[in-house]
Structure formats: structure tokens, C-alpha cells
Design a binder for this molecule. Structure first.
Ligand code: S3P
Length: 437
């Protein structure tokens, strides 16, 4: 689904970045909005839905299980919920495309259903570890077969689940969410403790759908057997998509860019703290909240950056922003050290390896470590880089190219459409030099 024909970009230094832009809807929130609306009793309207391949894959999965979902306009979904016990057995494998969030949350949701199901994904998703959800779900009574811990996941329905009290070994909102979706259908109470707080969209949205749930940073608890009540959801825009423009406007001399209505969930905005510690000039102007999520206009002006030792405690709050941060570090004076970030190795690509390799091809001195990297800022040259089908790596190198001394060819960019359809057009609109190659 998301492995379209591989295409390349050719990017080069453009002008100063100027403008006033809005980025697409949040991927994490869009996935959850469709899932919970499908499970609810009644009809929900979702606005600001991300029209990306990942989130469309989630909507298609529910359509395969009998959930009617209308698209009256781009970015709007009307979901006719079937109730938590109303999904229909799918007659084929459910294709999650490139979306780890879809596969892991669906594993939790489907393992408690009455029917069998199979979750498959594209080549990148098929290399991503699933034991982290299978193990705790199995302790609840789920039966899920995988290929040595990797997709496809064969889920045996009709199991009786019991709630658990679990402390997760890795900070993962996907794993936490899978357990809460299973816990909702289990006997008794489910309690999840995290080693570091992660994004709490599932908890907030369950509450918006009428579920009685207790949560605080790093902890969530709910009772099984509750039903969801349809509600309307306003999806904030995606901080992780804004991140590429935040870094680009910071790096390119003369830039001044306003990014409107950015979702500012504190578990997502660690990049702002990191960039400010490096010297960035970013103003926040609070705007009206979207379904309880803080939103702000960000005004970003060029500023010279200096390298830092990134505090490992900041890593979970910027887990999707490392490709962009690596580019900022490559353009900063001095050395930036990232540690405590081994999770980057199991994202859409091994992001430590793909970023280190790509930056080296552009003349930057990078040492790879098991859980991070040491990046010495320098002058970027032109060259050829591979994104390995990783949307965020591709967009990060498009930013890097705006500072490079020559053309940069970025390979395998088709998956940008999983999270940020229209990135290239928006980037050109603010001043990037970027074209199909
Ligand atoms: C996500 C959680 C994070 C993040 C991913 C989206 C979510 O993954 O990297 O892009 O929507 O819950 P992990 O839970 O694996 O950290």
C-alpha cells in the first residue's frame, strides 16, 4: 500500500524561508480518532484528519470490518461506529501499510475480539519488532502468532482476557495504547506504568469517548467492560511535520516563518527545548485548543546554533524528531551528542544508521553509537543520500539540502506520503529548492 514506486528528490540551496503555513493533521491523533470512533456507539465526526497513507490504511482496515466511514471533504471523516462488540470478521488480511501505530494498536484491539484476524504491513513494517506488544498481551490471555516476533501477526480471537498491572520496559505510547485497548475488553482492571511518560492521546481520547480512565504522566488505569460514546474530534496539526520547517527556518539565513495552529502536546515538543538550548529563536503564540490539545502559532527566525549534549530525559518527548535534529546538529558549531535513544534503531528505518550514513555522504563527521550519535557540525556538500523508505529521513535531507554547497539527490522518497502528503509543494512555497528527480 505505502510502498509506491520509488522516486527521488533533487534538492539544493534555496532562498531564505518566508511565509505563513499550516501543516497537515496529527498522525497519532488521526489513527486513534478513527479507531475509537469505529468502536463507539453512534456517529462521530472527525475534522483535521490526516489524509496520509498511514491513517487511510487504518480507516480501510475498519471498513474491512464493516465500519462505514464517509469523507464529505478532504480532512473530514464521518464514522458510523458499530460498538465495541460490533466489528465484523474481515475476509482478508488487514493491511497496515507502513504504520507501526496501526499495527500495534490494532493488535491490542483485535486480540479481545470474537474473530480471528491477520495484520500485515509493507517491507519496513515487516521488519519492526512486535514482541513488545505480543508479550504483555499474551500475559492478559491473548493468542498472537508472529514470525520470530515480526509481522504478519495472526490473532486468534475468542480469548477471554484479564486485566494486568504492568511496568513497560521501553517508553512506548504504542505499547501502552495496545494494552489499554485490550484492557477495555478484559475482565478487571488494567494498569500501565511507563519508564518515562509518553504521548497520552489514547488516554485523553478514551475519556472524550466517555470511558472512565485515570491517568497521569507515566501511568494509566482503566476497568474493562466499558462502552464508548460517539463524539466529535478536532485533530490538531502534527508537531512532527512542523518540525522540518522549524529546523529549516532556524538554519537558513534570513528566514522568518510562521507555522499556524501547531499541536503542542508536551510529550511531543521536546525538539523546541533542544533547539532553544542550541540557540534557536522560536516564539510561541497560544491559539484555540483542538479537542483539549494545546495549539500554538510558532514564529521561527534564523539563528546560529551551537552543539549540545542532549539530555537523555528529553528523548521520548522528541522521539520522531531525531532526523530533523541530526540535520540541525550537522549545521551547528561544535559537537552534538545524542544518547539514550536506542529506540531510533527500530523506527521506520534504523534512524541512527540512515542519518549517520546520509550526513557522512554530505561531508559531515558523525560517530554512531549503539544508542545515539556524536555529530560534529560542519559544511554540508552536495551528494547522494538514501532515505531507505523512511518518510522522516527523506524530509530531513530535503532540509539539509537547503544548506548544502551542491545538489543533493534523495533516494526512495515515496513514503513521505504516509505522514506528510504535499510536503514538497509546501516546502517550495516557503522557498525550498526541491524537485522530483
Ligand atoms: C506513536 C508512538 C511512537 C512514535 C510513533 C507514533 C503513537 O512510537 O514514534 O511515530 O502514535 O503512539 P513508540 O510507541 O514505538 O515510541
Amino acid at each position: 500500500m505505502s510502498n509506491g514506486p520509488a522516486r527521488d528528490w533533487i534538492a539544493a540551496r534555496g532562498g531564505a524561508l518566508q511565509g505563513d503555513i499550516v501543516v497537515p493533521g496529527d498522525k497519532s491523533v488521526s489513527h486513534r480518532a478513527v479507531m475509537l470512533a469505529a468502536l463507539a456507539d453512534g456517529t462521530s465526526r472527525i475534522e483535521g484528519f490526516l489524509e496520509g497513507e498511514d491513517t487511510r490504511a487504518t480507516a480501510a482496515v475498519f471498513a474491512q470490518m464493516g465500519v462505514r466511514c464517509e469523507t464529505p471533504a478532504p480532512g473530514v471523516r464521518i464514522v458510523h461506529g458499530v460498538g465495541i462488540d460490533g466489528l465484523r470478521a474481515p475476509d482478508a488480511a488487514l493491511d497496515c501499510g507502513n504504520a507501526g501505530t496501526a499495527m500495534r494498536l490494532l493488535a491490542g484491539l483485535l486480540c479481545a475480539q470474537a474473530f480471528d484476524s491477520v495484520l500485515v504491513g509493507d517491507s519496513s513494517l515487516s521488519r519492526r519488532p512486535m514482541r513488545r506488544v505480543i508479550d504483555p498481551l499474551s500475559r492478559m490471555g491473548a493468542r498472537i502468532d508472529a514470525d520470530d516476533g515480526f509481522p504478519p501477526l495472526r490473532i486468534h480471537g475468542g480469548q477471554r482476557l484479564s486485566g494486568i498491572d504492568v511496568t513497560l520496559p521501553v517508553a512506548s505510547a504504542q505499547v501502552k495504547s495496545a494494552l489499554l485497548l485490550a484492557g477495555l475488553q478484559a475482565a478487571g482492571e488494567t494498569r500501565v506504568h511507563e519508564p518515562h511518560p509518553t504521548r497520552d492521546y489514547t488516554e485523553r481520547m478514551l475519556r472524550a469517548f466517555g470511558v472512565d480512565i485515570d491517568f497521569a504522566p507515566g501511568f494509566a488505569r482503566l476497568r474493562g467492560g466499558q462502552r464508548l460514546r460517539a463524539t466529535d474530534i478536532q485533530v490538531p496539526t502534527d508537531f512532527s511535520s512542523a518540525a522540518f520547517f522549524i529546523v529549516a527556518a532556524t538554519l537558513v539565513p534570513g528566514s522568518s516563518l510562521r507555522i499556524r495552529r501547531v499541536g503542542m502536546n508536551p510529550r511531543r515538543t521536546g525538539l523546541l527545548q533542544a533547539l532553544r538550548a542550541m540557540g534557536a529563536d522560536i516564539d510561541e503564540e497560544p491559539a484555540a485548543a483542538a479537542s483539549g490539545e494545546a495549539v500554538a502559532d510558532l514564529v521561527v527566525r534564523h539563528a546560529p546554533l551551537s552543539g549540545i549534549a542532549l539530555p537523555p530525559a528529553l528523548v521520548p518527548d522528541m522521539i520522531d524528531e531525531f532526523p530533523a535534529l541530526f540535520v540541525a546538529a550537522a549545521c551547528a558549531s561544535g559537537e552534538t551528542v545524542v544518547s539514550g535513544a536506542a529506540e531510533l534503531r527500530v523506527k521506520e528505518s534504523d534512524r541512527i544508521a540512515t542519518m549517520a550514513r546520509g550526513l557522512r555522504s554530505l561531508g559531515i563527521d558523525v560517530d554512531e553509537m549503539a544508542d545515539g550519535a556524536r555529530i560534529r557540525g560542519g559544511r554540508l556538500t552536495g551528494g547522494i543520500v538514501e532515505s531507505h523508505g523512511d518518510h522522516r529521513v527523506a524530509m530531513a535531507f530535503a532540509v539539509a539540502a537547503q544548506l548544502a554547497g551542491g545538489e543533493v539527490r534523495i533516494g526512495d522518497i515515496a513514503n513521505v506520503a504516509t505522514s506528510f502528503p504535499g510536503f514538497d509543494a509546501l516546502a517550495r512555497q516557503v522557498g525550498f529548492a526541491l524537485r522530483d528527480g
